[in-house]
Design a protein around this ligand. Structure first.
Ligand code: DOR
Ligand code: ZN
Length: 430
C-alpha cells in the first residue's frame, strides 16, 4: 500500500509532499495507490497519551477499549496507555494481556496497559510487576492511578523493582491522609460552596518525597497530572539539586483541563467539573502553562476519565471524579499553548508525542516525520473551529467539561503504521 499526502505542512512549517509505503515514510513513490490533499493541513507525529482510563474490563457502561480507541484516534492519537483501575484490576499478566489483545483486535491505536503497582490497588502488597513486564503486553509503566502509593516503603520497593525491569512508576501524587473527604481545591471557592478542601500540599509533599525515593533508588519516576505551581517548584528543585549524579529521572505530565479550567468552574456545582486532582486557581493554571512551555513539565496526558451518567448526574459530594479528554486534548492545548504563543507546532509535537513516547520507552511512536520512520501521524486543520457536544463524542460516557464550548483546531486524518484510522474526521471502519 502506498500513499501520497500532497502539500502538507509538517510541524506547521513549509508545505511538502509526504510519501508512505508499507507503513513507513519514504522519499518518493512513483505511482501511489492513493493521494490525499494536505492543503492547509499541518502534519504532526501521531499523539501519545500516557494516561487514559479505558474502563475495560468492568466499566463498559462508560467506555470500552473499542470506544476509547475510537475517541483516541479521532483526537489524533496513535498510542494510548490504559490505566489499571479496572475491575478486575490490571494487576496480573492475565488482565494486562486481555486489554492489550483487545487493543490489537480493535486496531485503531496501540493500547498499552499500565500495570498496577499494588494488588487490587490496595496499597499494601506489590503486584506481579515482573510477570506483567514479561507478559505479551510487555508492561513498562506501573501505576496505582486513582490512588496514590501512599506507603513510602511500598513506593521505594516499587521504584527499585521498576528499575530492574527498565520500567517507570507513574505516581498519582496525593497524600490520602491530607485529602480525607476532599471534594475541591482547598481555597475560598470550596469554602464558599461548603466543600471539603483538597490542599495543594497533599500533592506537593508526595512529589518531593517520591523524587527523593527515586533519586536514592536510581529509578524512573513519572508524576501524573501535576496540578499546582508548588509542584512545579518541587520538580525544578529535584532536577537542579537532587538528580544530578544519579541515574534517576523524574518526569511529569499536565492534563489539558488543568491548563484551561480553574477552581471557579465548581461554582456552578455541576459535578462534570469534579476531578482528581481538582481544578486549581488561575495562578496555578498559568504556572502549569509556563512550565510546559519551558520543559519543566515534560508532556501533556489526558487523564481521560469516562463515567456513567449516574456517577455524574448527582450531588457533587457523591459524584465520581474525572472528565473526558481524548477527543478534545489537542484543541485545548492549541487554545492554551499555541494561541497564546507559548508553544509552536514543533512544541506541540514534543509535548504530545515525542516526549511521552520517550518516557514510556516506545521506539516506534513519537518519531520525527522523516524518511525511514514509521508512518504514525495526524493531519490537523489549525484554522478550523468546532463546538464540543458530549453526545457526539465517540466515548460511551459524555462527561465533557467543554460542552458547548467552541475550540480551535480539528483532527482531519489520523494514520497508524500507514493505515488510516480516521479520514475526514470519521473513524475508518477496519
Ligand atoms: O479524576 C480522576 N479520575 N482522577 C483519577 O485519578 C482517577 C480517574 C478515574 O479513574 O475516574
Ligand atoms: Zn490520577
Amino acid at each position: 500500500m502506498t500513499t501520497l499526502i500532497r502539500n502538507v505542512r509538517p510541524y506547521g512549517e513549509d508545505p511538502t509532499d509526504l510519501y508512505v509505503r508499507d507503513g513507513v515514510l519514504v522519499d518518493h513513490v512513483a505511482d501511489p495507490d492513493e493521494t490525499v490533499d494536505g492543503d492547509g493541513l499541518i502534519a504532526l507525529p501521531g499523539l501519545v497519551d500516557l494516561h487514559a482510563h479505558l474502563r475495560e474490563p468492568g466499566g463498559e457502561e462508560a467506555e470500552t477499549v473499542a470506544t476509547g480507541s475510537a475517541a483516541a484516534a479521532l483526537g489524533g492519537y496513535t498510542a494510548v496507555f490504559a490505566m489499571p483501575n479496572t475491575n478486575p484490576t490490571q494487576d496480573s499478566p492475565v488482565v494486562v494481556e486481555h486489554v492489550w489483545r483487545r487493543g490489537r483486535e480493535v486496531g485503531l491505536v496501540d493500547v498499552h496497559p499500565v500495570g498496577a503497582v499494588t494488588v487490587g490497588l490496595g496499597g499494601e502488597r506489590l503486584a506481579e510487576m515482573g510477570m506483567m513486564a514479561a507478559s505479551a503486553a510487555g508492561v513498562r509503566m506501573f501505576s496505582d492511578d486513582g490512588r496514590c502509593v501512599n506507603d513510602p516503603l511500598i513506593m521505594r520497593r516499587a521504584l527499585e523493582y521498576a528499575r530492574s525491569l527498565d520500567a517507570v512508576v507513574a505516581q498519582h501524587a496525593e497524600d490520602h491522609r491530607l485529602t480525607v473527604g476532599a471534594q475541591a481545591h482547598e481555597g475560598p471557592v470550596a469554602a464558599r460552596l461548603g466543600l471539603t478542601g483538597w490542599p495543594a500540599t497533599a500533592e506537593e509533599s508526595i512529589v518531593a518525597r517520591d523524587a527523593m525515593l527515586a533519586a536514592a533508588a536510581g529509578a524512573r519516576l513519572h508524576v501524573c497530572h501535576l496540578s499546582t505551581a508548588g509542584s512545579v517548584g518541587v520538580l525544578h528543585w529535584a532536577r537542579e539539586t537532587l538528580l544530578p549524579g544519579t541515574t534517576a529521572t523524574v518526569s511529569a505530565e499536565v492534563t489539558p483541563h488543568h491548563l484551561l479550567l480553574t477552581d471557579t468552574a465548581a461554582e456552578d456545582y455541576d459535578p462534570v467539573h469534579k476531578v482528581n486532582p481538582p481544578l486549581r486557581p488561575e495562578a496555578d493554571t498559568l504556572a502549569l502553562r509556563r512550565a510546559l512551555a519551558d520543559g519543566v513539565i515534560d508532556c501533556v496526558a489526558t487523564d481521560h476519565a469516562p463515567h456513567p451518567v449516574e456517577a455524574k448526574d448527582c450531588e457533587w459530594p457523591q459524584a465520581r471524579p474525572g472528565m473526558l479528554g481524548l477527543q478534545t486534548a489537542l484543541s485545548v492545548v492549541t487554545a492554551t499553548m499555541v494561541t497564546t504563543g507559548l508553544l509552536d507546532w514543533r512544541g506541540v509535537a514534543r509535548v504530545m508525542s515525542e516526549v511521552p513516547a520517550a518516557i514510556a520507552g516506545l521506539s516506534d511512536q513519537g518519531r520525527p516525520l522523516t524518511v525511514g520512520e514509521p508512518a504514525n501521524l495526524v493531519l490537523v486543520d489549525p484554522d478550523a473551529r468546532w463546538t464540543v457536544r458530549g453526545a457526539e463524542l465517540a466515548s460511551i460516557a459524555d462527561n465533557t467539561p467543554y460542552e458547548g464550548m467552541e475550540l480551535p483546531t480539528s483532527v482531519i486524518h489520523t494514520m497508524l503504521r500507514g493505515r488510516w484510522t480516521v479520514r475526514d474526521g470519521k473513524v475508518k471502519e477496519l
